[in-house]
Every structure is written in C-alpha cells, then in structure tokens.
Design a protein around this ligand. Structure first.
Ligand SMILES: *Cc1c(COP(=O)(O)O)cnc(C)c1O
Length: 384
C-alpha cells in the first residue's frame, strides 16, 4: 500500500533522540528552548511555545486570546475537528464560515458578510481561525483588515503549513496573523511524533502560553501574590494544564527542522508533477492563490460526486492509500447536536462529496507517483 502521507526519519533523527536519552534531561531540558528558538527564527516570529500537540496549542492560544464563556470562535468547516473543538474547551461557542470552492480555504467574502450580519446582532467573534488547508494560507491580507476593523484575534491554524509562505513572509511570522499554530504529527510536514507549537508576536503572550502549558504555575516572584517564600517556591496563579512536550520530541524536531526546506521542495515538485500528469484527466486539481506558496501537505483532487466512492474504493483496492479531507466539522454528530445541519455550509459540503487526497510525502518516488496516476486514470475510466 502506498500511504497518503508518512514521515521521513533518517539516522540523524535517530541519533538526536538517542543522544537526548543519554543526557540529563528527558523533559523540560535545553532542547525545548533550542527547538522553540529555531522554529521562531526559521519563521521570523518573535517567540514560539512547544507543546504536546497542535490541539493543545490551539486550546492555550484561544485562552491567551481571552476566549471564554459567552464568546464566539469562527473557523472553516473544511478542517480537522481540533480547529473548532478548541473553542468548546474554553466554554465558547463555535460557528463556521463557508469555503472558497477554488482554494477550499475560508472564503474572505463569506467572512465579511457574516461579520456584517453579526455586528447587527451584537454577536461578533472574539477569535477567527483560518486554516491553511493542504498547506496554503487563506487570504490573510483581507482577513487582517477585517480583524482590525472588527477587533478579533486572527489565529492561523497552520498545522499543514510549516515551510509555506504568504506575501513573501514565512507562515508563522505573524506578519498578518496574531498567532499561528503548527502540528508535528507524523503525517504533517515535519514531525516530533506528537507535537504542536504556538508562534506569537510578543514576549508577554509567550510567557502566558508557557504558564498555561504547565499548570498555570509561575516561579517568577514578580508574577506572584505576596513575596516568594524561598528557592523552592512556586505559585499557581491560574488554571493551566500539563501540555508539555519532552526533550526527546524537541531533539527530533530540531533534527527534522534542518530538513524542512528539502521536504517542502520535494512536496512542491511532486505536486507540480501530479498537476502535469493529471492535466487532461478532466478532474478538479488544486488551485493556488497568487500570494501563497503552499507547503503541500495534501494534494486534493475533485471527481464527480456520484462516482467518488467507487473511484476511492478502486484506488484502495489497487493499493493506493487515498484519503478524504475533510468530512465537514459541522456535520459531525457532536456538532449536529449543537444545532448544525446539512445545507449550513454548502461549499464545504460539496467539496467533501467530490474530494480525494492522493499520496503526497517527501519520500514518495516518481515511480510510485506514476503508479498512483495510472491507478487514478484507470479508476476514472472504469469505476462506475
Ligand atoms: C493535524 C491537525 C490538527 C491537530 O494536530 P495534532 O498535533 O494532531 O493535535 C489541527 N488542525 C489541523 C488543520 C490539522 O490538520
């Protein structure tokens, strides 16, 4: 089976983890800060906070944005459930903004219209989470202007997009977003096994995120109520979590980060190759927006909806590990219980009905890709 995604682990990665195992620190040691600084530097961010996964990163980023009961978070329905669940963890309400049928990202006109309506109803969001679907940022320039006009926090879920850029700036720089989240799950661009990161614009937010990552505890006398009682002393000054990642993960992340440019270059090459080989297949291919350079986490094609199931099944039978991104979040049973229903976000629903994600990862060979293309062309011709 050719999988839809997989990690690339080399001897340097293995050695980095083994070296950490032999060191004094398995967790909260020097590798954490080194990895945070390296990612911040690579992306041009002021600071970065490494946590156990991107779901946790989204949760504490929302808390740092002040999201709580009575507040609203809006995101794209075409995403992994974590982009929306982070609002529910904070006791806030979730709503969605439909997607652009070309880029499959949150639609800027749809966001603008929804904001205009929400303003009349005094129901504006506190946080908006655009998702860089498949590795390509949304229309962040337009969204920044709306964030300034309506006063919400722009939190980019760039779980798919480390190594991408937008308007000439690396994703994660927060040139336009207020905060950015990356995922280091093995199917993503670089991996730490499990892992996530919040990139921020200022030191105060980073400090708050680090406190939320570790139980809401501080050792900084300046942040304490009353005087410190000695060298052992710490205070819990808010409710945080244990969202820490280990030094083993950070060491792996540092080793992976050194390969990021190569990974993205190979993914881009494979994506271009798919687009050439499938140019005459009569199916929908990924569309780029002018300002965005994608990291190419996914290569999603659109086939006729009535035949999607048959084409998908034929590919699986042929040993091609295709996948579908995404079942719209608002149609998950949990979200239907909150009142969402079919027809709420028609573009995301139509996209779901037509989409198939083809295998794409740095180690995919041209020969394996040819096999995927041949199987797809065959399925397009024969699968009923
Ligand atoms: C993978 C993913 C997440 C969650 O990442 P984890 O590190 O597995 O928690 C969140 N949002 C999107 C869009 C993702 O693809």
């Amino acid at each position: 089976m050719i999988p839809y995604g997989r990690q690339h682990i080399d001897e340097a990665d293995i050695q980095a983890v083994v070296d950490t195992l032999r060191s004094d620190w398995l967790t909260q040691g020097p590798a954490i800060e080194r990895f945070e600084q390296a990612v911040a530097q690579r992306c041009g961010a002021a600071d970065a906070v490494f946590v156990c996964n991107a779901t946790a990163a989204l949760h504490i980023a929302c808390l740092a944005a002040g999201l709580g009961p009575g507040d609203r978070l809006w995101t794209s329905p075409n995403t992994f459930v974590a982009s929306a669940n982070c609002a529910l963890y904070c006791g806030a309400e979730v709503d969605f903004v439909d997607i652009d049928p070309g880029t499959l990202n949150m639609s800027l006109p749809a966001l603008r219209e929804k904001l205009e309506r929400a303003q009349g109803q005094r129901a504006l969001p506190k946080v908006v989470v655009p998702v860089a679907f498949a590795g390509q940022s949304c229309d962040l320039r337009g969204m920044r202007a709306l964030a300034d006009e309506y006063g919400f926090t722009l939190l980019e879920d760039a779980s798919h997009a480390i190594g991408a850029s937008y308007a000439g700036e690396p994703v994660g720089s927060n040139a336009l977003a207020d905060m950015t989240v990356f995922s280091f799950h093995p199917v993503k661009i670089i991996t730490t096994g499990e892992g996530g990161m919040v990139l921020v614009r200022d030191a105060a937010t980073a400090e708050h995120l680090r406190r939320l990552r570790s139980h809401g505890i501080t050792r900084d006398p300046a942040a304490m109520q009353g005087p410190s009682e000695g060298g052992w002393y710490y205070q819990q000054i808010e409710l945080g979590f244990n969202y820490r990642a280990t030094d083993l993960q950070a060491a792996l992340g540092l080793s992976q980060l050194a390969k990021l440019d190569g990974f993205v270059a190979r993914r881009r090459q494979l994506a271009e190759r798919y687009s050439q080989l499938l140019a005459k297949a009569g199916i929908g291919l990924p569309q780029s927006q002018a300002l965005a350079e994608s990291a190419w986490h996914l290569y999603v094609v659109q086939v006729p909806a009535p035949r999607r199931r048959a084409i998908f099944d034929a590919l699986r039978v042929a040993g091609i590990g295709v996948n579908v991104h995404y079942h719209p979040v608002h149609l998950q049973p949990w979200y239907r219980r909150l009142g969402f229903a079919e027809g709420d976000f028609p573009q995301a629903e139509a996209c779901y009905q037509r989409s198939i994600s083809l295998p794409l990862y740095a180690d995919l060979t041209d020969a394996a890709q040819d096999q995927v293309v041949a199987a797809l062309l065959d399925a397009l011709e024969h699968a009923a």
